[in-house]
Design a protein around this ligand. Sequence first.
Ligand code: FAD
Length: 229
Amino acid sequence: MPMDVRLLYHTPDPQRSIAAAARLCYSPVGAADLLESMSDEAVRRVLKTVISSGHTSTLEHASYTFAIDGVSRAMTHQLVRHRLASYNQQSQRYVAYDSEPVFVVPPSVAADPVARAAFDDACATAFEAYRAQLDAGVPAEDARYLLPNAMETKIVVTMNVRELLHFFELRCCRRAQWEIREVALAMLALAEPTAPYIFMDAGASCRRGPCGEGKMTCGDPYPKAPKRD
Ligand SMILES: Cc1cc2nc3c(=O)[nH]c(=O)nc-3n(C[C@H](O)[C@H](O)[C@H](O)COP(=O)(O)OP(=O)(O)OC[C@H]3O[C@@H](n4cnc5c(N)ncnc54)[C@H](O)[C@@H]3O)c2cc1C
């Protein structure tokens, strides 16, 4: 199956939730009152202040959960390096593959018939060896050592907004590996409409200022994001 990224759910009214938590720091009334009583204008004002001042712990009060299917183990290995998130992934211990396996083929390989043939061959050989181990009674948790990084998998991830923004900065960047970048761009496209004022300048650092990659820059910056009014 091709890559499929879905936003399963998120904190209701994420912008208002974050603004209420932030406003509480300076308010005689509680967050429940603020959640109801703040005007939309006040929500924007507070969000602008917390984001521009770096008071970003307040962004941890809203979380997003995504289902990511049809991606490679090479991708999920990079994803789970982001520690301030929660994950569950299809297990290669408890799910033994007996049907036709699916392998994610990188575009560079797909574009080159010779590389593609060698790639398909290597995946098929590895899978055959895996199946032979299972048939010989080796448990799936051990037979899986033979499965390639290209093996397709599914993962669910929950991140709060502070971590999401950090993740988008690193992984929407053109220097990020293509598959995790596609996942990050899809996640951003899903999150942005739910909290447009927060995510309006999310993504690679070049959207907001100079490239964070320094000498390693790709030299092809994204267009600058609009400034928050
Ligand atoms: C282009 C690119 C190339 C990469 N190449 C490599 C590579 O060659 N080899 C490799 O091993 N990895 C590589 N990585 C992965 C990278 O090193 C990070 O592990 C990964 O991006 C997670 O980032 P993070 O640690 O900032 O974020 P998260 O784990 O998401 O954490 C978010 C932030 O929380 C704070 N934080 C989290 N945990 C701690 C802690 N224990 N102590 C203090 N502060 C903490 C930090 O401020 C951190 O930035 C690469 C990443 C990118 C984007």
